[in-house]
Design a protein around this ligand. Structure first.
Ligand code: FES
Length: 460
């Protein structure tokens, strides 16, 4: 390593190493194992001032005259200029407070020098520094560094310290949250999307794969084939004896073939996701592709008479599918992918005034509040149409869409709903739009839920 003739130099870890190690550290620092990690490591959490995004970084923590402090050689420290809210996870507990940036050269160099003397030169890498053997570092050495180390002094609440697990469930769940926030996945997700989208064009192909014809997303139905076949094969492998070997091998092959419709249907759903859903979906799909490759490898091993290897590979694939299944459940139950987004919308079931007739332009949809929901109203000659303004597919604002051939076309993924009754003229939506009866009393437009679902008392 070049020292440029300087006795004290920066020794930052390679960026690629951080990219690999940091996600693992985040999981570990939130897990029950956190208390067993070296005490100098913490997670620091803060909001980006410009982006508004939440950040979470594994960093070293130092003691500066009895105050906890974080050293930063990177630009994220600017978020603490003048002070900013911060929370840290340390040893399995969470503390909140304020972080204040100290980067005035004399003050920062004095803090760094004090820590270097305390740790000794061999521990300088803890601070991202390297000291030439035999050299006694000085303030001037530190001031010459570019950029100089700066510190974020932390004032943390003494109050209640919460176990990390209380923040949001198990280590597994927290690891999924990590995936949700992993912006590093956005670029490969965008590249994959660009490659897959032309294969599933809007129209009959998309509607078939989405499940528009079924009234339910198709993907959850299709996954039963590979999961069921592979799990059954493993059961036969483990307890079926020699007589079941052929059946087990055939089940592995059936599962492999079954991934084709399952992947196609899943890809169709994934194309309509964004942000955290798209990231989780990408990992879900990647894990499933790996499981598929393991099963193909297993089948080849079985055909070549390497039964033990084949069974082990199948077992590994089943374990992986268990994890991707967890992600699939997260996508559906926690992120609402594939769920009718209006299911908990409780619009009026008794006649309720929502607008003045004079405020409704002819032929142009408008959104009006109706209790706790937003309604789309459309005046069409002497007729009035009303439906939930939130698209059942992924929640697009229908009133921003266009009216085409008696349908409202969602601006997000172009599902078309008949204005007459909310039924689907074209997907990818799989559930009709809740529609409302209308009448005019005096000058007021009144609505009430028209379709049978309105009879149900929805949770709100
Ligand atoms: S949100 Fe996807 S079609 Fe409306």
């Amino acid at each position: 390593m070049s020292t440029n003739g300087q006795p004290v130099t920066r020794q930052d870890p390679p960026r690629a190493l951080s990219t690999v190690v940091n996600p693992a550290l985040r999981v570990l620092l939130r897990s029950p194992l956190a208390g067993r990690l070296p005490g100098g490591l913490i997670l620091v959490r803060f909001s980006g001032r410009k982006t508004g995004r939440e950040y979470e970084l594994p960093v070293g923590i130092h003691d500066v005259d009895g105050r906890p402090a974080v050293l930063s050689n990177s630009r994220w420290r600017e978020n603490f200029r003048g002070g900013a809210p911060v929370s840290i996870v340390q040893g399995g507990v969470i503390r909140t407070g304020t972080g204040t940036l100290v980067d005035e050269p004399d003050a920062a160099a004095a803090i760094a020098l004090g820590l270097l003397r305390e740790y000794g030169p061999e521990q300088a890498p803890r601070m991202g520094l390297r000291i030439e053997p035999g050299h006694e570092p000085t303030v001037e050495d530190l001031r010459r560094l570019d950029p100089m180390p700066a510190f974020i002094l932390l004032d943390l609440d003494d109050g209640e310290e919460l176990p990390a697990a209380a923040e949001g469930g198990t280590a597994l769940y927290r690891s999924v949250e990590l995936i949700e926030r992993a912006q590093v996945l956005d670029r490969p997700a965008a590249a994959l999307r660009a490659a897959v989208a032309p294969l599933i064009p809007h129209g009959p192909v998309k509607d078939t794969l989405s499940g528009t014809w079924l009234g339910h997303p198709l993907h959850p139905v299709t996954v039963h084939v590979p999961i069921g076949a592979w799990l059954s094969a493993l059961v036969l492998d483990l307890i079926g004896g020699r007589r079941s070997r052929r059946a087990a091998d055939e089940l592995v092959a059936v599962g492999i073939l079954g991934t084709l419709p399952s992947a196609a249907a899943g890809a169709s759903d994934w194309l309509d996701t964004t942000g955290a859903e798209r990231r989780v979906g990408l990992v879900h799909a990647t894990g499933n592709v790996l499981a598929l490759l393991l099963q193909v490898w297993s089948l080849v091993a079985r055909w070549r008479g390497r039964r033990g290897r084949g069974v082990l590979l199948s077992a590994a694939a089943n374990g992986l599918v268990g994890f991707t299944g967890y992600l699939g459940g997260h996508l559906a139950y926690n992120q609402g992918v594939g769920v009718d987004t209006t299911i908990f919308d409780a619009g009026p079931t008794d006649w309720t005034g929502v607008a003045d007739l004079a405020d409704l332009p002819e032929g142009r949809p408008v959104a009006v509040p109706a209790g706790q929901i937003s309604l789309l109203l459309l005046r069409d000659g002497d007729r009035l149409h009303a439906m939930d303004n939130r698209c059942t597919h992924r929640g697009g604002p229908l009133a921003d869409g266009e009216v085409v051939d008696g349908c409202i076309v969602c601006p997000w993924h172009q599902s078309a709903f008949r204005l007459e009754d909310g039924t689907i003229a074209e997907g990818p939506a799989v559930r009709p739009q809740p529609s409302y009866e209308t009448r005019v009393t005096g000058t007021r437009v009144e609505v009430r839920r028209a379709e049978p679902k309105g009879l149900r008392r929805n949770a709100v």
